[in-house]
Design a protein around this ligand. Sequence first.
Ligand SMILES: N[C@@H](CCC(=O)N[C@@H](CS)C(=O)NCC(=O)O)C(=O)O
Length: 198
Amino acid sequence: MAIQVFGDSISGNCLKVKWVCDVLNIPCRWEEVDILNGESRVPAFLAMNPAGQVPVVILEDGRALAQSNAIAMYLAEGSRLIPADRYGRAKVSEWLFWEQYRHEPYIAVARFQVVYQHRTFAELEPKLVERGHAALSRLEAATGESAFLVGEALSLADIALVAYTRMAGQGGFDLNAYPAVRSWIGRVEGELRLDPLV
Ligand SMILES: N[C@@H](CCC(=O)N[C@@H](CS)C(=O)NCC(=O)O)C(=O)O
């Protein structure tokens, strides 16, 4: 039986899970959740994820798992998306933790406020914008040094980080200021067979 992925198809966090399944040919069944209409806050959903957020997956044996990066780690275990060596694996984790603490809370939230809440770029909190640019600057340095975030091959780090980075323009971040990031996005989109967003 395929795993079920409960997600919102324009959420970067949810797309991470879809892309890992696609790249690794893991059969999955997508269940669209309308988060704006409260579908992630009803009892049946909260029974799967008490945090009331997508993505959440139901594994083949019926157990639930939430948090995009935890799901991605679970699905990718033993695959080419996680380096074989201990240091490489730890570097992937470093990027995944950083994404949730220093990247997603600014870039994804700015985009959420624009795309879902219809704020203008000028109405965004300056702190969101400043920290989003700080995250992009760090990525600019890293992507200028190697083809992918952990060495020369696609890993889970690239999938997790590209999700909201490629959408950053929708939150008011001009990616033309980050040429190495743009090239890296192109490489990752190529690996994931995605049409370019920018
Ligand atoms: N850290 C979580 C964040 C999940 C998250 O923020 N989900 C959003 C959509 S991207 C959501 O479900 N929002 C609806 C809500 O919080 O009610 C993850 O990586 O999975």
